[in-house]
Design a protein around this ligand. Sequence first.
Ligand SMILES: [Zn+2]
Length: 74
Amino acid sequence: MFIYSQPFLPEAQQFWDKISNQTKQKILANVWCTRCGVGVAMIRITGTIQGESLVLHGHCASCGHLVARVLEGP
Ligand SMILES: [Zn+2]
């Protein structure tokens, strides 16, 4: 189960829905946090589309620092 701070924009949701749950979990469980200096879990996620890519913004589950992850489109 994922915790979202707000709904994804419709086009971002569409992109996100195409990704398997297993891959989503992998993505959200290992995001680089610049403050912690390690891969961390991402919480309070929002998704937007930039060009062809889905950009996930969220917070580090350990320290709360902002983290982001870009998923390139097809
Ligand atoms: Zn952190």
